[in-house]
Design a protein around this ligand. Structure first.
Ligand code: AVI
Length: 327
């Protein structure tokens, strides 16, 4: 993990307990063996992810940008004035900018990220582009409790947690509900959550998005092994694994795996693991949702869906969630 992390490491999945090494060992002792998706995101992995977002097959980012471009004025009207926009994750991409431009008299933008470098780069860029907007970075792991800047706690401010990109889909159901609960707590009774989710669609379109022709997703997946070798001194041989991403219809998710292309062994923290040819390591779930699924998930976290914006093909949606009114 790069040295500039301000707490533990960047996380895009639900976590096993313990230190990083203990968590990796615990995942490898499971069946199927699994590696947490946090291991995708070293500087090379983050750069690969940026490239994936512009790959022709990876429709998610493009589609969400198009929804935001078309509907930001309506989103801004629904959110109301004096918003403090709080964005877990590095953020400050095009979607954030489109939203900030549309908001009425926003009070502040609060990017929250575990990587100090990423956070400072985001903050600098946004301060340059929005000189009148207070940009107040918080270096923290957004899956855990963190303190908000004072302005966000002002009673006139409306706290809106912005969580685009369908990143929620990388969390298992119970972790996704926990995360939404946490967002609801941050927003408070008068606040809201603006959530981007990828929709269930034709299998071929989904599988293509995670098997791009340039091999970016394959490199991104295999990079987790290089990252582990560098950070934990493991001895994975990336050439002995192949990328696989498949749609699992009964779970409504894409699953990413690394499949052993021969019988192999590796050592982690002094413990030796064996893999048979064809055996796989699970590296990521990417859940796809119906609108009903999102409403159920939100409900379980004490949130109601107030508005939904989608592209004309219903491939992706942005939802406005607000704390549920007790019945
Ligand atoms: C970050 N997250 C929403 C991406 C996704 O689509 O689940 C990560 C990703 N994995 C492979 N390609 C992109």
């Amino acid at each position: 993990m790069n040295a500039s992390s301000c707490a533990r490491e960047r996380d895009r999945g639900d976590r096993l307990p313990g230190t990083r090494m203990e968590r990796v060992l615990a995942g490898l002792r499971e069946w199927p063996k699994r590696i947490e998706p946090i291991w995708f995101y070293d500087p090379r992995g983050s750069a690969l992810f940026e490239r994936i977002c512009t790959a022709p097959e990876y429709y998610l980012t493009r589609t969400e940008v198009s929804i935001t471009r078309a509907d930001a004025p309506e989103m801004a009207a629904a959110l109301g004035p004096r918003v403090v926009l709080i964005e877990p994750g590095s953020g400050a991409g095009l979607k954030t900018r489109l939203l900030l431009e549309a908001l009425h008299a926003p009070r502040a933008y609060v990017p929250v990220d575990i990587s100090r470098e990423q956070l400072m780069a985001t903050t600098r860029r946004l301060r340059d582009d929005f000189p009148l907007l207070p940009v107040l970075p918080v270096c923290a792991d957004f899956t855990e409790a963190f303190a908000l800047p004072k302005v966000a706690l002002h009673e006139e401010a409306r706290r809106v947690v912005y969580f685009p990109g369908s990143t929620l889909g990388n969390f298992r159901r119970s972790a996704a509900i926990d995360l939404l609960r946490r967002m609801r707590a941050i927003a408070g009774t008068g606040g809201a959550v603006l959530l981007g989710v990828d929709r269930v669609k034709n299998e071929a379109i989904l599988e293509r998005a995670y098997n791009d022709s340039e091999g970016l997703t394959a490199a991104f997946n295999l990079n987790a092994l290089l990252h582990l070798n560098r950070e934990l001194g493991t001895d994975f041989e990336p050439a002995a694994f192949a990328h696989r991403a498949t749609w699992v219809p009964d779970q409504s998710r894409i699953e990413m795996h690394l499949v052993a292309n021969r019988r192999l062994g590796f050592v982690v923290g002094g413990e030796r693991f064996e893999m048979a040819r064809g055996e796989h390591l699970l590296t990521e779930y990417s859940q796809k949702y119906t609108l009903r699924d999102v409403a159920d998930l939100a409900r379980s976290a004490g949130l109601d869906v107030r508005r939904t914006w989608s592209d004309p093909q219903d491939w992706f949606s942005v939802l406005l969630l607000e704390p549920a009114v007790p019945e």
